[in-house]
Design a protein around this ligand. Sequence first.
Ligand SMILES: NC(=O)C1=CN([C@@H]2O[C@H](COP(=O)(O)OP(=O)(O)OC[C@H]3O[C@@H](n4cnc5c(N)ncnc54)[C@H](OP(=O)(O)O)[C@@H]3O)[C@@H](O)[C@H]2O)C=CC1
Ligand SMILES: CC(=O)N[C@@H](CCC(=O)OP(=O)(O)O)C(=O)O
Length: 346
Amino acid sequence: MIKAGIIGSTGYAGQELVRILTQHKDAEVVWYGSRSYIDQKYYEVFRNMFQIVDDKCLDDNMDELASKVDVIFTATPQGLCSSLVSEEILSKVKIIDLSADFRIKDVNRYEEWYGIKHQSPEFIDEAVYGLCEINREDIKKARLIANPGCYPTCSTLSIYPMAKEGLIEMNSVIIDAKSGTSGAGRGAKVNNLYCEVNENIKAYGVATHRHTPEIEDQLSYASGEEVLLNFTPHLIPMNRGILVTAYATLKKDVSYEEVKAIYDSYYKNEKFVRVLDKDVCPETRWVEGSNYVDVNFKIDKRTNRIIMMGAMDNLVKGAAGQAVQNMNLMFGLKETEGLELVPMFP
Ligand SMILES: NC(=O)C1=CN([C@@H]2O[C@H](COP(=O)(O)OP(=O)(O)OC[C@H]3O[C@@H](n4cnc5c(N)ncnc54)[C@H](OP(=O)(O)O)[C@@H]3O)[C@@H](O)[C@H]2O)C=CC1
Ligand SMILES: CC(=O)N[C@@H](CCC(=O)OP(=O)(O)O)C(=O)O
């Protein structure tokens, strides 16, 4: 049995990790890390865990944690994981970081977009970007995983086949994305109050959102070109879900059938990426609570553009589900273990 510790187990991503791992055949959570709820029973924080989890929340003592577990998930704010990681810790335990600390390879670029100083740049090179469908072999050998961001997961998987095949003008890419409010975390913020979010849709982080460089980097690796793109996220009055609609100019005339064959060739063996039938648009309601990303595309001959779409649950494939998928790969377990969650509807 793999023993897991979660730092930040009382946040939205952390509690989703607990939900998935309590149903995992080969792993168990033995450390429910928290700052605010130390010594309280975990189920007193999340009553859905009543009679399921009986443990208490514990302080995050990294040295003690590293000696007790096989893997640590850090589901904490930006900057925390990089302040905790060391060679000694990594020699004892694998780390899967759900924050952005190790996602961007250029430390100056990270510091510029995140506005914080990186605490352990010496580990950036070693960290593997945990987008399982693309970096599977490197993930299997990794000690430190940079679990991808929610918007970058949905955006990259939606666009990747076209970028990799060199079929789109990379600097024409525009990504319009929408997220439910759980994406903003559980911490109290005025902007996330019911009256601020309900009956409202707004763009935010326009031309400045911190996921822009992460998506640009991933599409640059895919296409072999330096990519600059526009990324505009929107906040939607729903709990979970991300919807991406991405636009790009086609480099040549291609038919629906040709592009469909490309998407199928990339994803036909991928359990968690579903390429939908012709003309069916991805919807968040069909992936909620699951590790699936639904993708599809439409070619607009009139404008010579392709519109690439994706939908997923930000807390599952966008965070905790992908983190568990990474853990499964790192420990040689069945990649889908704990993740065969059928989407819930309604
Ligand atoms: N929400 C989402 O959809 C996604 C989130 N992520 C990433 O996952 C991470 C967690 O996000 P999310 O769950 O939304 O955030 P929340 O605000 O819901 O939770 C944050 C968690 O971190 C803990 N925490 C905060 N500060 C510290 C600290 N200094 N030391 C130790 N623990 C601390 C909190 O503990 P306590 O409650 O005890 O104070 C809480 O458990 C972030 O890096 C986020 O970017 C990634 C993809 C998607
Ligand atoms: C709706 C909302 O506020 N979403 C968050 C992104 C989600 C997140 O936590 O970011 P990571 O995926 O990088 O960890 C935001 O825009 O900052």
